[in-house]
Design a protein around this ligand. Structure first.
Ligand SMILES: [Zn+2]
Ligand SMILES: [Zn+2]
Ligand SMILES: [Zn+2]
Length: 417
């Protein structure tokens, strides 16, 4: 529940970018994790809390950049007995303790260097969260991509020869200006929400199992259609180039004087939309009447009665800053669903103080933005190849104003791997 960017996961709540993981909670970018709570960028870890960029670790709390470790707290090694005793002392089943320790752990994370991009086994690739890819540039959340640029969220293998493509299918190739494409698509342009086994589509919406379509909506299992009308193969092949030519020679001009030629899209924001006289809908305040405030929730689950599922809880974000809250679609109030409560009981964690959208918003702060900028390595360590400060440059989605210490591949490898 309340998850985004999941691939093959079980029994996990409030997570973002989770792959092949079970029993995770409030974590971002976790792969093959088991019981990762409040963690970011961890891989193959189990029973870890507040850990960042750890790999193959278990029973750790508040650790950063560790590899193959057990029973560590804030990167300090303990015996099993010491670890258990300290864990008990921290008592992460208590809401106040979680809230306080979160601050401690997250400020500790910033003391350690981060690699300029989240990447693994790439050849000549830039962007962020790009894995097992070749010649894939300025892309985000891609796995197994080849010769792609400006692509996002295609983390099922493989995407080949794609440009300006967003989400998600397996085995797609030659895709351009397309959003939401299912498995097995090839030669697709200016299309959205098309699923399974598609070939040679242009300007299509909501089509499936189809090929050779131009400007079709909702067409299924068909070939050679233009504007949803059936043609023969020969007619289709003759007509489509004519239409493209016509679109460029006599582009459609709308009431505001904008030309729509073959191949152009117009993504716009609220200001631009309003400037052009379009309608724009903002989120409205919900009519919920809270029956309980986030402030009055008990600290532990032991003190929480099952009747909590009947309460309408005022969200902390809304209560503290309504305008900010509206910016991330805060719903003002929220409910704890019975299956959610079951999960909290199973994990022995306190119930959240924010609505699902507020929780999601908090997690997105631990995923880098899809904006890339040139930066210089921040390493000044004396025991590396460079004399004085490292001058290696890279494209990164860590922001220039960010608090992270961003290292180039070489400096990062020298310290972490
Ligand atoms: Zn909220
Ligand atoms: Zn460096
Ligand atoms: Zn260095």
């Amino acid at each position: 529940m309340y998850a985004s960017g999941l691939k093959v996961c079980n029994d996990s709540n409030d997570v973002l970018m989770l792959q092949k993981s079970d029993l995770c909670y409030e974590s971002v970018n976790v792969t093959k994790g088991y019981k990762n709570l409040y963690c970011v960028d961890c891989e193959e870890c189990s029973d870890v809390y507040f850990c960042k960029n750890c790999m193959n670790c278990s029973d750790c709390i508040g650790c950063t950049n560790l590899r193959n470790q057990k029973y560590c707290i804030e990167n300090v090694q303990y015996t099993k007995e010491e670890y258990e005793a300290k864990k008990k002392e921290l008592d992460l089943s208590n809401y106040q303790n979680v809230r306080n320790y979160k601050k401690v752990a997250q400020s500790n994370w910033l003391k350690y260097p981060v690699k300029y991009m989240h990447s693994r086994q790439n050849v000549n690739s830039t962007g962020d969260y790009v894995f097992n890819s070749r010649n894939t540039l300025d892309s985000f959340e891609m796995v197994g991509a080849e010769d792609c640029r400006y692509c996002q969220f295609a983390s099922t293998k493989t995407s080949k020869d794609c440009y300006d493509y967003t989400e998600y299918g397996e085995n797609v190739e030659m895709v351009y200006e397309t959003l939401l494409l299912g498995d097995g698509g090839a030669n697709i342009r200016f299309t959205t929400q098309a699923v399974s086994n598609l070939r040679d589509l242009e300007y299509c919406y909501g089509v499936a199992n189809a090929s050779y379509l131009f400007g079709c909506i909702g067409v299924r299992a068909k070939q050679y259609c233009i504007l949803n009308k059936q043609y023969t193969k020969e007619e289709y092949e003759e007509l489509v180039p004519k239409i493209r030519k016509h679109m460029n020679e006599m582009p459609y001009v709308d009431a505001h004087g904008r030309e729509y030629k073959y191949g152009e899209f117009f993504p716009i924001n609220e200001n631009v939309a309003r400037g052009k006289g379009y309608a724009w809908k903002n989120v409205e305040e919900k009519a919920y009447v809270p029956t309980k405030s986030w402030k009055d929730l008990p600290n532990t689950l032991a003190e929480t009665d099952d009747s909590i599922t009947r309460e309408i809880i005022l969200c902390e974000d809304w209560d503290t800053n309504q305008n900010n809250a509206m910016n991330h679609n805060c719903t003002k109030a929220y409910k704890i669903l019975p299956q959610e409560l079951t999960f909290y009981k199973r994990m022995n964690i306190p119930i959240p103080r924010k609505c699902p959208n507020g929780r999601h918003n908090d997690r997105t702060k631990f995923r880098n933005p899809i904006i890339f900028n040139e930066q210089v390595c921040m390493c000044e360590l004396g025991n590396h190849d460079h004399e004085g400060k490292c001058i290696e440059q890279f494209k990164t989605s860590y922001t220039k104003e960010g608090k992270e210490i961003v290292f180039c591949e070489k400096c990062y490898q020298a310290e972490v791997f």
